[in-house]
Structure formats: structure tokens, C-alpha cells
Design a protein. Sequence first.
Length: 604
Amino acid sequence: MQRSCQPEPLTLEYNGTMLLFLLACSETGLSNQVKTPEGDTGIACPDPGAFRAQADTDCKVDPPTGGFAPTVEWQWNSQASGYDDIMSTPVVGNLNDDNGDGSINAEDIPDIVFSSFAGGAYTLAGALTATSGDGSGDHWSILDAGGYHPHGSAGVAIGDFEADGQPEICLAGLEVAVICLNADASLRWASGTGVYGYGFPAFADLDEDGRSELIFGNQVYDADGNLLWTGAGGAGRWTSFAMDVDQDGSQEVVAGDTIYNADGSIRIQDGSPDGPCAAADFDLDGSPEWVHVSSGMVYLSDLSGTVRWASAVPQGGGGPPTVADFDADGYPEVGVAGAYFYVVFDNDGSILWQNPVQDYSSSVTGSSVFDFEGDGKADVVYGDEVILWVFDGATGAVKLQEDSHASGTLYEYPLIVDVDNDGATEIVLASNNYGFPGWNGISVIGDMNGSWRPSRPIWNQYAYNIRNVDDDGTIPRHPDPFWKSFNNFRTGGTSLGLGSELADLEPGPPEICCGQSEVELWIPVSNLGLAASGTVEVRMTAGGQRLYSEDITLNPGAGRYVGPITVQRSEWSDPVRVWVDREETIEECVEDNNMIELGSWPCD
């Protein structure tokens, strides 16, 4: 037997202010509060669900300015099989439970996964290797999986298909389009006849069922390897990705000159040549545009299919575009590496600056961007055939010219990631001796003083933005629009932006349902900050004794109810408190709003 409840006054202390709430039970009233008779232990208190919070746009700190003193922390450059040259972008994510807490998440040491080739045979069968990001050694290295062979220059992606805490690895195959593996390198599935060995898979939950789909150019596969569709338009040189272009809650596929609906039908085509792509809100009107590069030209198109501008890369070439606010003017720009120049185009298509580089072999390499020193200024990281460069984003001034690097070049670019989970960023660079003498394998470069600003422990796919994957490798069902929160692409940072944004966690007054001798609570917790929280604890105590604990993660502007928490009247002893991040495991822009007191027993 259940009866409805009428709220009665309850005084709570919230952030130092005494507030009046109607929370106790009587015979009539609110439908979400339920009174049960004496002896009935079932309190039907429904989950109030998730909610949105208002993020504070001032939730930032001025980070301490670090130095810029790059040093090689460790290198992977030999293997017994001889497959030690890399000419494809690696990926970084967690594959195993390093700390033994029973979960594979951002608390573990990230791993680097990459394809490699031997003896210059970058177009033939290669190896796939997973090595620990702290340089402690390989987890595994395979030459085939169930009879299927990695392409020697295969693009790789890491993601949790099932959202079950177990990551998968997908890569371009030699005999089939895509090979997908479990975290231990055992074969999950191999599928597809549209083979493009240099291609780069991407993950997205296109049908919003909690299981990720895999995007490979103009093809989409389900989590079991079934080909769902092949698009009739562009393939983006097999560097495509998903985003919710019209902000209706469902994602579309961006592939070069074409945007596909989730069912594979063509939504938009701009009529320009196909090529690798990226996206951002270039005019700050709240809607994204997309940019792609083909045959020495850079095209920026809007969602009507209109090419807003088309600009030539000086002396030709041009790889995948990188988007960031290079000059700190509030608007994103586009960085493109050509055959002879690295060029930054302003958001109207004019050239902001250009620097001479050398990429005569493929002329399609990429780049990444990060604010290493925390001074609010972006830096460009780019490797050509013979040099690893770091350029000042605003001016193009050379900050690093490391001539030990070498590559015959394809589409590869350096990653910006906290690869050893030490709180400071590293550069993960792939190199090879095909065509030029120098480094081969993987080089991990950090600051000799450890002063580079933090970044994420994951860079899970070639077409990367900060919102396409959670820190634990989960592929979000409804990712927040990245162009609204930080507005860049192939750019490193924390869960939001280039460096200084923080989370701000706050518990709120609970939803309470009363029984005769017990109470059931749902505690709302909000992230009022601009960065994702990471994993934090929500704790409830009474008289100093812990009654409840749960770990949660919240994105900026997100809120959720924690519970249900059942407390017996005999356990309710002053003070009764709810804490979020009691141990101060994360830095927040406001540190004194993490606790509320619930006062006396609410159900008399």
C-alpha cells in the first residue's frame, strides 16, 4: 500500500545560507514523495533523472606560466620482428587495469597503439603493437589476428563499443577494410571490401542505442562488424567523423565534401573535391562549418552546402586541417601542412602566417595544437620529412626545431596527451627511416622541468576532438557540441579548451521520500564549471560516520541525481552532510561549495 505525501517545511543550510524546503511527508501532495506504512520497507522513490546546470563562464584560473624546455623522455625504436618503422598516426588510451582497482579508466597508465612496417614495405602487411605510455614495455605485438593482417601504415582507433568498461581497437586492414580487436589483441571481427589501408576509423553512436558504430570513410559498420551503409558521396580520404550538425540530438557523418545522415543518405554536399576534414564554428553564430583540404586547396563550407571561401596552399600540397584559435582573437583559424609551407589561414581564408617546411614525398601530413606553457597562447606541433617543429601559433616563430626526426610521410601527425598520467603533457611522435636517416619508432617528448600544462590521458582517433570520447574510452551517446565548448579540432587540452578552465562541483537540496522509520534520498550534483570533472566521490555522512559513497563523472553544465540513498531513522544523527570531492582530488574554481548540511530528521 502506498500513499501520496504533502510537503512540510524543512530548513537546510546550503553554502552557508539557511534555506526553507518542503520535504516531509503527510497524507496528500507531491507525487514524487511516497510514505509507506510501518513495517513496509519498500519506498518507491523514482529516479529524478539527469538535468542541465548553468555553467559559469568565469570558471577559470590563470594557470602558472611554465617553461618550454623539450626533452626526450623515452623512445620505442626496436623490435625483434624488425617492424619498427611507423608512418601512421598512433593513438593513446587505456587498455588494461594497471592500478588493480577493477576498472580500466583514466586512473591507469595510458597505452600507445600503432601500426608499423619493416624494410620499407609500408604498403604491405605490418605489425600492430600496444606499449605502455610510461615506457615500461610492450603489452603485445601481433602480425595477424585470426588470419587477417594489419596494413603496414594502418590508421588505428580505440573506443569502448559496448560502454562496458572494456576497450576495443579497430584499424585499417590489408585484406579487409577494418579489423577490430579486443584489448588483449584477440580478433573481434574483420569486415568490409572497401579496403583503404591508410584509412583511419572513427567511433560514434549514430543510432543512440548505447553501442558505438564505426565510421571508415564513407562506410559505417555496427558494433558486430556488419556493414550498415556505404555513402554515395565523399569519403574524406578515409578521415571522416561524426558530429550533430543541426543540434537535434542525433549525429551525422562528415566525410570530405559530404555530410551524411545517420542512415547513409546524403544531407549536404558542397560540390568541391573530396579530402580530409575538420569542423568548428568559424563565425561564432552557434552553428558549425566544416573545412576540408584537397589538391592544394582549402575549402570552408557552411551547412547550406555553400563554399564560403577556397584558398590555395602556397606551392601546393595540404594534409588534414587542424583548427584552433592560433592568434587568441576569439575566432578559430585553420592550420594546414603543404609540400613547402606550413600555413595558418584566418577565418576569412586569408593567410595569417606561413613557414617553410619540407614534405615533398606525400605533402599530406597533419599537425596538432596545444598551449604548453599555460600562457593562453597556442603552439603548433608538426613533423615534416626531417624536422619536428613547434611554432608559435600567433606569429609562426620557431620554438623547436628538432632535426633527429625523420619520415617518408603519409597522413601522420604528433599527438598531445598525458601519456604517462603524471599530470604534465607529452608529445607522442611517430618516425621512420624510410627515405631519410633519423629517429624511427615512437618518441615521447616532455618538458625537462615537468611544467607543461595538463592534458587528457587519451587521444583515441585520427579525427579527434575533445568531446568525441570520454577519458575512460567510453563513446558518448550524445556528445556535447565541441564547437560550443572549446571550438577546435585536432587540438590538445583538458576536457575543455587549451588549459585554464576548471570544473565546479556542487551538491544541492535532495529529493526526499519518507517512510515510517526510514528515508530515501536522491542528491542532485551539478558541474557549474567549464571542464569535465573526472572521477570524484559523492559521500553522505551522519555524525561523522559514512552512510553512502558513489563515484561519478560530470561534463560541464551537466547534472545528475545520486542515489537512491536509504537511511534508517536510527542512523540519522547530526550533523548529516553530503560532500562532493571531499578529498579535493580535483582542482575547482570554487572549493567551498562542496558540502551541504541536511539538518534534523525530515520525516516527522
